[in-house]
Each structure stands twice: as structure tokens, then as C-alpha cells.
Design a protein around this ligand. Structure first.
Ligand SMILES: [Zn+2]
Length: 134
């Protein structure tokens, strides 16, 4: 399903990830619950967790987004209103705890889209019945 090239395709795949949609077909099929993903896309059978530890990249995305937002936010808060160090630490400590929980799903969607940009696995076709007995 390569219906676009280059940057346009990459942006579309990342947007699909942010919208929690399958990177291959765009179906809303990533999550069963807030924390639990489906094993495969119900529409195109794309296997989401390609290997054990696959979503480590999503953790990097989540961590990076949290740190960048907390740093920029603390500088902006310091710039616009005088707050004490204790207030900053309390606010950004809470932010650093809660934001990764909220961003968890989106970081996984982004990781799937990002990985699919570089390694679409389309040459293999749908992976139905490709379960390894481990
Ligand atoms: Zn799909």
C-alpha cells in the first residue's frame, strides 16, 4: 500500500500513529484498552509488536517528549511569571509523572508509524498465520 512517496508518506504515517491508527491501512485498530494493544490489525493483519522489546523505541519517544516539554515549559513559566523553585519542582515533577501515562498510547502509535516509514514489511504481505511457536 505505497500510495505516496517521501515526506508526504512519512507525515501521513506519523499522523496515523498520533491518531492511534494502523500505519499500513489506517484502521483504528491499535488499542483494546488504554494500556492493552491488539496483537494485529483487524483490517490488514499487520502484527504490531514485531519482536520482543519492540516498543522500547516508543519509550524513548515518550521520555523525549516529556523531557523536552518539561524543559521548555519550565523556561517559559520562569519567563512569564515568577515562581519559586519549590513550585517549579512540584509542578514539573507532577507533569513528569502524569504526562508519560497520558502520552503512552500516542508514543506507541508514533513509534509504529516511524518504524513503518523505514521498514514497512509490505514485501512479506499480510502476516496472517505467521506466529512463531516460541
Ligand atoms: Zn491495518
Amino acid at each position: 500500500m505505497h500510495d505516496g512517496r517521501g515526506l508526504e508518506r512519512a507525515v501521513r504515517l506519523l499522523i496515523r500513529g498520533l491518531c492511534l491508527r494502523c500505519p499500513r491501512c489506517g484502521a483504528r485498530s491499535l488499542f483494546r484498552t488504554w494500556w492493552t494493544m491488539y496483537e494485529r490489525c483487524y483490517a490488514c493483519q499487520l502484527r504490531f509488536e514485531r519482536e520482543q522489546g519492540y516498543f522500547l523505541g516508543a519509550m524513548y519517544i515518550n521520555y523525549g517528549a516529556t523531557v523536552v516539554l518539561a524543559l521548555l515549559g519550565s523556561f517559559a513559566l520562569e519567563w512569564w511569571m515568577p515562581v519559586s523553585l519549590t513550585q517549579q519542582l512540584l509542578f514539573w515533577g507532577s507533569f513528569g509523572t502524569l504526562f508519560p501515562l497520558v502520552f503512552f498510547r500516542y508514543s506507541r502509535g508514533l513509534w509504529l508509524g516511524f518504524d513503518y516509514i523505514f521498514d514497512p514489511m509490505d514485501a512479506e504481505g499480510p502476516e496472517a498465520g505467521n506466529d512463531e511457536a516460541v
